[in-house]
Structure formats: structure tokens, C-alpha cells
Write a protein that binds this ligand. Structure first.
Ligand code: C2O
Ligand code: CU
Ligand code: CU
Length: 508
């Protein structure tokens, strides 16, 4: 655990609250699970009177701190996660209180192998309930941190699961408590979870870099403000986009060198249209693992909230300039009042060294993805939103619905059979994009509409999250392998907290 960067408030077991912390500090949060909505009646925050001074930029990219394995047995990963507050100085002369896993922002890297048994004890030192959800991993439903299984403040629980062979991929973990997920994530709780194959088809000579992209909104006094009514509608975007918790860090590369970048969009709501100036990218993997073959020559990659990609970046040999990884403007629609992401945001600088390195060739075949086959059941889900439809959102104005309903943890919305191949059509009848996410398994996108015209997906890929643009439709095939209850929802976390979520019961 890297604690150098933090001043830890309070000793083990206590919950420290910073004085001078704004309304979002959390001291007044409801303590338990059947809590009222997390925001007091929201009032749009006025813009800060004085501009926020910039965060330090240009530091070397730090590697993610690793969650230590305390097990001596091969094939067993034993570890502890502590949900607790921790403070760090972000703006000069101020202190910012985060909610963290193990006092780290982002949370520690969990790095395991296929076949491993993972046992992680969560200790909740927050003043409200939480859970740990293992986003994208095929874990049993009762180990998946569903909102129906909260860990009370002061309590702890063990999560235990075995990762099957074939599950290698780039996953993440984050809290999933009923109505409190958005706030716990935007205050700092999220981490990367890598599952490696015993033999990786990507040559080890290709250096791997892990990039966790998160959003941070800081007030001028260094506090992290609560969501505004607008945030509850459109999803919160911060005023900084961080990579591994750093503002515009620097990564170095040798001319000609290839690097493997695993990138996670851990933001609540920001769409990352990633581009690297002067370079193309080669896509080799998505959420749930490697593609069959590399997809080279990409000028940009759209990474919706919760999505991950595995890409190869190769430095030029001829022009030895530095490059910038950017998030280009993307219009994700809105609930009618403001647009989003209208500017290009620099995320990371790639600096060339002078020593050239020979590029390492990628194998032509990376992974054997079998097509899930002919579906024997089809279903259609409809995203909608509007004023006063089926209940009020936490913003007090708008509701966010799936099939016309708002989430009810006691209701079963859909039923599937174990091992049955299904085809799901997700139709978005609202004026903004929503990233659809399903727990417990990976799916294969079959087609997507653009301007209402369907296009077949060009390659097979394992995904657990897919963007459904405003007024468009996405079709995928999916099989659930384990019985129990699974969540499906929009991964704009403000929408999820406001009920854009349902329960799928998988029966044997
Ligand atoms: Cu990443 Cu249901 O969550
Ligand atoms: Cu998930
Ligand atoms: Cu949404």
C-alpha cells in the first residue's frame, strides 16, 4: 500500500471527518441500507466565484499500487480491502477528503490468474453501507456485491470466488450500494482488477501500462462537492480527468517501442473518445478479454463509462515528437439544458526518449472466441426518461427507466435459464446516450444502429458494457452460466442510483 501520498486521518477503526468540508463531506449521510436518496433536495451549485487553480501536471505516471496477496498457497489470492476516508493535498494549501479503498485513489490493483481462488475481506469504515462489486467477473451472485447484500458501517464480510479458465481480461471493482453508488465512486472508490491467463499470447517484451481514468470535481477550497440537480440528470462530470489519480501525467516511450495499455473508464458519466496525437492504436481486447485478432489502425476509441480496452501503442521511429493522449469532444446528448464534453481534454503526455527500440510483433491469433450460437430466446429492453414518468429522480425532475419502471430491489424484472442463449435488444428512446451493463457474464454484440440503420458488429468481442446512443438500438447475444439474481443497468451511476436498473433472475 502506498501511503506516502496520503495523510491518513484517524487511526485504524475510526472515521475521521475533515473540518471545513463542504456539504458533500458525508458526515450527514444516512447510515444504513434502506436509506433515503443520497442527496438532500439538490440545489444547483453556483459556479465557484474564483477559478480553481490547476492541479500539478507533468509528473511521471505512477504505477498502480498492488493489493498484496497474503496467501502462501499457490492459486489462492487472499487480501483485505478497507473502505475508509483518506485525505490528500490536491490544490495548494488545501486538503481533499476522498472515500477510498485502503487509502488509495484509485483503489489498489488486483492482479490474479485464471483459475485462482480469490478471498477478499471488506471492512467498511465508512459511515454508510457499501458493497464491493466485481464488475464483469463471472462470480456467484451472492459474492457479487449486489445492492441487496449491503455491508453495514462498521461491519465486514468476505467475498470469495474462483475465476474460471477463459476469464482472463481487464475488469474493475467498485461499490454498488442501493442509491449510494454514484457518490462512493465519485469520491474515489474504484480499482482495476486484472485476470491473466497462465500463458499470455501478447509477448512479454511489450511493456504493459495500466491507465485508470477517473473524474474529479474540486471546489476552490479543495473539497469534493455533492451532486447538483444537473448532475443527477446528466451524470456527474468533474473539472479534472485523472489518470491513475494524477493530472496529465507523463509516460515515456522509446522510438519504435510498442506498449500495451489497458485502459479503464472509471468515471461516473464521462465518455472518453480517446485519441493519441500522431499515432494510431491497435485494439487487442475489450472488457472480457482479447479479440481473436488485433484490429490495427484506429484513430480513436470511444470508451463509455465502465468500459475497458486493451490496446497496443507503437512509437514512431521517424518523427520523435511527444504525443498527447486526449479525450476528444463527444456529444452524448443531455436532458435538454446543456451539452457535454465540448472541448478536447489532454489526459496524458507520451514523451519520446532518444534510444530506439525494435517493435515486437503481435501474433495474428490472440484468442479463440466462440460465437455464442443461435439464440433460443429473444427479449427487448427499452430505456426511457422523462418528467414524472414512473417516479421522481433524485434531481426531483427527471426519471430514468428501463421498460417504464424504476428499480425495486424486491422485484424480479426478467427471468433467464442457465445456459440458454438469448438475444437482447436494447432500445434507447431517450435523448441521451446510456451505457448498458449486465452482471455475471460477458456478451457478444451482434449489431448496432446508427441513424436507425443496423450495422453488423465487425468482430467478435467479449463485453459487459455497451453504449446505446440516444434513439439507437444495440443487439447482443448472452448466456448466463450460474443461477441467481443479476443486476442490469445504465452505468451512468447517477441514473443507476435513480432506478435505471433491473433484476434478472437466472434459474437452473
Ligand atoms: Cu459496474 Cu452494476 O456495475
Ligand atoms: Cu457490474
Ligand atoms: Cu443513463
Amino acid at each position: 500500500m502506498d501511503r506516502r501520498r496520503f495523510i491518513i486521518l484517524g487511526s485504524a477503526g475510526s472515521v475521521a471527518v475533515l473540518t471545513g468540508c463542504g456539504g458533500g463531506g458525508g458526515a450527514a449521510m444516512p447510515p444504513t441500507g434502506t436509506a433515503p436518496p443520497p442527496a438532500s433536495p439538490p440545489v444547483a451549485n453556483p459556479p465557484p466565484a474564483t477559478p480553481v487553480s490547476p492541479l500539478t501536471a507533468g509528473q511521471p505516471l505512477t504505477d498502480l499500487a498492488r493489493l498484496p496477496n497474503t496467501s502462501a498457497s499457490p492459486g489462492v489470492f487472499d487480501a483485505a480491502l478497507v473502505a475508509q476516508r483518506a485525505s490528500k493535498s490536491m490544490l495548494p494549501g488545501t486538503s481533499t477528503e476522498f472515500w477510498t479503498y485502503n487509502s488509495l485513489v484509485p483503489g489498489p490493483l488486483i492482479d490474479v490468474f485464471e483459475g485462482d481462488t480469490v478471498r477478499i475481506r471488506l471492512e467498511n469504515r465508512l459511515s454508510q453501507q457499501t458493497t464491493v462489486h466485481w464488475h464483469g467477473l463471472p462470480v456467484p451472485p451472492d459474492q457479487d456485491g449486489n445492492p441487496m447484500d449491503p455491508v453495514a458501517p462498521g461491519a465486514s464480510r468476505l467475498y470469495e470466488f474462483t475465476l474460471p479458465v477463459g476469464s482472463a481480461g481487464t475488469y474493475w471493482y467498485h461499490p454498488h450500494p442501493h442509491e449510494l453508488t454514484a457518490e462512493q465512486v465519485f469520491r474515489g472508490m474504484a480499482g482495476l482488477f486484472i485476470v491473466r491467463p497462465r500463458t499470455d499470447p501478447v509477448p512479454a517484451a511489450i511493456e504493459e501500462k495500466l491507465l485508470v481514468i477517473s473524474d474529479l470535481r474540486l471546489a476552490a477550497d479543495g473539497t469534493i462537492p455533492s451532486n447538483t440537480a444537473m448532475d443527477w440528470q446528466n451524470g456527474r462530470e468533474g473539472n479534472y480527468v485523472l489518470v491513475n489519480g494524477q493530472n496529465q501525467p507523463v509516460l515515456t516511450i522509446n522510438p519504435g517501442q510498442s506498449q500495451r495499455w489497458r485502459i479503464l473508464n472509471a468515471t461516473n458519466a464521462r465518455y472518453l473518445r480517446l485519441a493519441l496525437t500522431g499515432h494510431t492504436m491497435t485494439l487487442i481486447g475489450t472488457d472480457g478479454g482479447l479479440l481473436r485478432t488485433p484490429v490495427p489502425g484506429l484513430d480513436e476509441i470511444l470508451l463509455a463509462p465502465a468500459e475497458r480496452v486493451d490496446v497496443i501503442v507503437t512509437a514512431n521511429l521517424s518523427s520523435r515528437a511527444s504525443a498527447v493522449l486526449q479525450a476528444l469532444p463527444y456529444d452524448r446528448g443531455s436532458m435538454g439544458m446543456m451539452g457535454f464534453s465540448t472541448s478536447t481534454i489532454p489526459l496524458l503526455t507520451l514523451n519520446y526518449t532518444s534510444a530506439a527500440t525494435a517493435a515486437v510483433a503481435l501474433p495474428g491469433a490472440l484468442n479463440s472466441i466462440a460465437d455464442l450460437g443461435v439464440p433460443t430466446k429473444t427479449r427487448r429492453l427499452v430505456f426511457s426518461s422523462g418528467m414524472g414518468m414512473g417516479g421522481m429522480g433524485m434531481g426531483g425532475m427527471m426519471s430514468f427507466l428501463i421498460d417504464g419502471r424504476s428499480f425495486d430491489p424486491t422485484r424480479i424484472d426478467l427471468t433467464s435459464r442457465v445456459n440458454e442463449v438469448e438475444q437482447w435488444t436494447i432500445e434507447n428512446r431517450s435523448s441521451m446516450d446510456h451505457p448498458f451493463h449486465l452482471h455475471g457474464t460477458q456478451f457478444q454484440v451482434v449489431s448496432r444502429t446508427h441513424g436507425g440503420v443496423a450495422t453488423a458488429e465487425p468482430y467478435l468481442a467479449w463485453r459487459d458494457t455497451v453504449n446505446v446512443p440516444a434513439f439507437e438500438t444495440v443487439v447482443f447475444k448472452v448466456v448466463q452460466r450460474q443461477p441467481g439474481k443479476r443486476m442490469y443497468h445504465c452505468h451512468i451511476l447517477e441514473h443507476e442510483d435513480q432506478g435505471m436498473m433491473g433484476v434478472l433472475e437466472v434459474v437452473a
